[in-house]
Write a protein that binds this ligand. Structure first.
Ligand SMILES: Cc1ncc(COP(=O)(O)O)c(C=O)c1O
Length: 400
């Protein structure tokens, strides 16, 4: 498959709302969806395995299993490893709640490790001190599309005999040491999301990538009520009972299936992924040039080993401004800039407070939250949009 295509630019009047990210849908995408709508199968049809094959090929993994969200994909990935009540898993507090919630669904307890102050990624040097006998899994998040140091983290996982799942919901199209995120070179599984703000979209949707056939088979069942139609896996072998209708439910799964309508959109979007990432990187470059050495905030950077796919462009307020985020944020929103904050450290959420997590647990994460603002970055941004964002950001900071 060629990863080319074009981007239909979002030629908005710069005075209309410019979100922090958004989908980029063109006529080819719409045609692909309409074609499925007119076909025999709008779900459980041929577009699902086709999307999975192309996704696995793109990332360089053996298997891809698509889900109806990144959250259900995470749930499936943890389940496939056998994560259960009483287990603990290590993750970052600077992520969407789904990364930790997926473990709670299974009765496991998230253990939050603090982040690096610059990338917002989990601080690999602080992981080992949090490992106990109950720890089964590490789930680093490639925050904003900037890969974590996978080599370092996988060495820790290997040393302590732990599983490793990459939450790559921000990082489709990113690379670690030249190798695509999703290849699972260092991990047991990698999880993606296709929410509209992500690199490609299926409306809602997600996927797990893996090189392990057993995980693959378990994930297929988990996505579909724990049902298998693969006769090599049947537990009953009585030919009087088993006909072509026969299936077995062997574990408690869910309906986490993606539709063919969504998969067709995913296939069409995947063709443009490289272009989308290139465009995001070009915008990041323009911002880097415009904001270099500014007195108000620090800009993101890339580690030597990393090729970021810039799901976000997170700026971090300098000391002088760190207590004035609310004011700055409101000023930016008043200028129709759809800035956002990523993220409130998960353990500060009321639900997690009930689970006895406390403020002060991860000081760098709390500091990162205090300073972080995500400014608009998405493939269909026009030069006019970009110039507007730069001008209005400078203007807003000058006035605080
Ligand atoms: C880091 C991270 N993990 C998991 C998810 C969950 O994905 P979804 O919204 O597709 O369920 C998201 C989505 O926002 C995310 O950003």
């Amino acid at each position: 498959m060629a990863y080319g295509g074009r981007i239909e630019s979002d030629d908005k009047n710069p005075m209309t709302f410019i979100p922090y990210s958004r989908q980029c849908i063109d006529k080819d995408d719409i045609d692909a969806v309409v074609k499925v709508l007119k076909s025999d199968f709008i779900t459980q049809g041929p577009k699902i395995p086709e999307f999975e094959k192309r996704l696995a090929e793109y990332c360089g993994a053996k298997f891809a299993i698509v889900f109806n969200s990144g959250t259900s994909a995470l749930h499936g990935a943890y389940f496939a490893l056998g994560i259960k009540k009483g287990d603990k898993f290590i993750t970052s507090p600077i992520t969407f709640v789904a990364t930790a919630n997926a473990g709670l669904y299974l009765g496991a307890k998230p253990v939050f490790v603090d982040v690096a102050s610059d990338t917002g990624n989990i601080d690999a040097s602080k992981i080992e001190e949090k490992i106990t006998k109950k720890t089964k899994l590490i789930v680093p998040v490639h925050f904003a599309g900037h890969p974590v140091d996978l080599e370092k983290i996988s060495n820790i996982a290997k040393k302590h005999n732990l599983f490793l799942i990459e939450d790559a919901c921000h990082a489709l199209g990113a690379k670690h040491k030249g190798k695509k995120i999703g290849s699972c070179k260092y991990s047991d599984m990698t999880v993606l999301s296709f929410h509209p703000v992500k690199h490609i979209t299926t409306g809602e949707g997600g996927a797990v990538l893996t090189n392990n056939q057993e995980f693959y088979k378990k994930l297929l069942m988990f996505r579909n009520h724990g049902i298998t139609k693969d006769n090599s896996r049947f537990t009953i072998h009585d030919s009087r009972i088993i006909g072509d209708w026969y299936y077995e439910m062997q574990l408690l799964g869910y309906n986490y299936r993606m539709t063919d309508i969504q998969a067709a959109l995913g296939i069409s979007q995947l063709k443009k992924l490289n272009l989308f990432v290139k465009k995001r990187r070009e915008i990041a470059d323009l911002y880097n040039k415009a904001f270099r050495d500014n007195p108000y905030f620090d800009i993101p950077f890339e580690e030597d080993y990393a090729y970021s796919s810039y799901h976000l462009y997170p700026i971090r307020l300098k000391d002088k401004f760190k207590d004035r985020k609310k004011e700055i944020f409101s000023k930016l929103r008043a200028k129709e800039l759809g800035v956002q904050v990523h993220y409130i450290p998960i353990y500060l959420q009321p639900y997690y407070k009930e689970l006895r997590y406390r403020k002060g647990l991860c000081p760098m994460a709390e500091n990162f939250y205090q300073r972080e603002i995500s400014i608009p970055i998405y493939p269909a941004m026009t030069q006019k949009n970009i110039n507007y964002v730069i001008e209005e950001i400078y203007d807003s900071f000058k006035k605080v």
